[in-house]
Every structure is written in C-alpha cells, then in structure tokens.
Design a protein around this ligand. Sequence first.
Ligand code: NAI
Length: 287
Amino acid sequence: MAGVEGRVIAVTGAGGGLGREYALLLARSGAKVIVNDLGGARDGSGRGNTAADTVVAQIRDTGGEAVANYDSVATREGGAAVVQTALDTFGRIDGVVANAGILRDRTFHKMPAADWDAVLRVHLDGAFHVIRPAFPHLRDQRHGRIVVVTSTSGIYGNFGQANYAAAKSGLIGLIRTLAIEGRRHNILANAIAPLAATRMTEDIASAEVLEKLPPAHVAPVVGYLLTDESTETGSVLVAAGGNVHRVAQFQTRGVTFPEVPTIDQVAHRWREIVDLDGALPGTSPLA
Ligand code: NAI
C-alpha cells in the first residue's frame, strides 16, 4: 500500500472543525474513515448524530468510504466502540487521530474540579480510550499510525487554560512513550499542535487573523504522518496557516556537582544551569 490508500483510520471529533478536514482529506486520499463525533457543544454539553452523519454523507457522495460513530471518547466503552466500528465495518484498524476536544477555560484560582475533570477526560483519557483498544491490532499487524492533537497551550501554557494545557501536555508524554514502545512493531506516534479557524478559536483571535488560518492547511500534515511512507515518530509538529514546524526540547550544558551541593552552591551556579548557550536536544537519562 502507499500513502493512506486502503488504510482504515478512526478520526475522533471528526464531525466539525479540524477533525472534519482530516476525515475529508483522508477519504479523498483513499483511506476508509471512521467519523466519530458525539455532536456536542464547544464545552462538551449536548449531543447529536447530525455532525458525524453529514461528514460521512459528504465522503460517500464523492465516492469515498466512511462510517459514522457517535460515542463519546470520554468513556472507556465509547472509545472501544470507535475501534469496534472500524473492525465491524472494514475488518481492521490502521490508524487513530485522537482529535476530539472541548474547552472549559477559567483562570486556575476559579477553576471548578468539574471543569478540570471534563477537559482531561475528553482530551487525555479520550485518547487512551481509543488508542488502547486499537494498539494490540496495530502490534499484531506490525503497522500502526497514531496522531494525537496537542496544542501550543500544552507546549507553552496559556492564560486561563490550566486544564486544557495539562491535558494537551499529557498527550505529548503519551506519544513519546508510544513511539518507544511501538518502534519495534512499525507503530509510529506523533502529536500535532494546530492553529486554525474553528468554533474553538472563533472568539479567541480576530477575524483578520482567522482568515489566514483555514483548517485545510493543517490536514495534509496529519495526512502525511498517517502514510505508510512516513518514518517520523515521537515528534511534535506545529501547523498553522501554511507554516509547519517541529517543536523539540533542548537541555542546557548544565553543571555537575561532584558532591551533594548546598542551596547556596546551587544558587551560585544557577546562571550556568539555565544558560541555553550550547544546549543540545534533550534525551531521557533512562534511554
Ligand atoms: P471543534 O469544537 O470544531 O471540534 C471538536 C470536535 O470534537 C467537535 O465536533 C465535538 O463535537 C467533538 N467532541 C467533543 N467531545 C467529544 C467526545 N467526548 N467524543 C467525541 N467527540 C467529541 O474544535 P477544533 O478546533 O476543530 O478542535 C479539534 C482539536 O484540535 C481539539 O483537540 C482542539 O483542542 C485542538 N486544537 C485546535 C486548535 C485550533 O486552533 N482550532 C488549536 C489547538 C488545538
């Protein structure tokens, strides 16, 4: 196989926004797509089948193959049902795009535990709920492509988004580990941090800025990470309005204390510890 031709790929939250773009492009490129969406509001309230059904109809109208799934990825059963829909309809699963997301922005000192829980459940647990039941299939067939959707909030933090940033950051830790565990089995796992005009960003940036950020710009990057030819794994890509970058972590040259230092000794060498001059890409000390 080549590209994503014939591959069975589940895209969560594909009833609108960016997920819809991913699903449409993948189907146009020959993939069989599971269009998951519970059809709720931006904050995760409500549900309905129309969003997923509309995307599936659009794919089928243009000769593509797709099936709808309306389960919430926030539950273990919902995530399992997404994978089961792939197996029941197309007999296999090759890729997962963990894209479903909600927003419950509040400054941290005002954040109710319910908003923390709801956001982590959809973004972080939601990725686990779908990827975990897919993973044994990917291992057995020695082929798998995983893309989780992170955010610049998860990389850098963002005012009012402690819950969202924590969830999005957790997804980066997840793919870094899946990349390590998956490598021997031809399973690649990456994260994309998109920036695009959707209902999620409609009141965050000006119309002028949003005009330059159509979701269609992000989809080919996700599409590439799902191809048979890609060898990229464990990476975080930022994609926004035609700009595509990899974000990586660096470690300073730092200092070595031959003996347990005092607090004062640490303070004395602090500048050297944090100085980025000569920093190198960071690697796990356990690797
Ligand atoms: P969106 O609100 O248009 O799309 C999210 C979709 O996920 C919706 O269709 C929604 O119904 C679905 N969804 C929500 N909870 C779900 C659940 N429990 N189970 C199944 N489906 C569920 O927003 P957008 O912008 O397309 O977001 C897609 C992803 O991209 C999200 O993970 C978001 O955090 C991320 N992202 C978006 C950015 C942007 O600039 N639009 C920036 C950074 C990240």
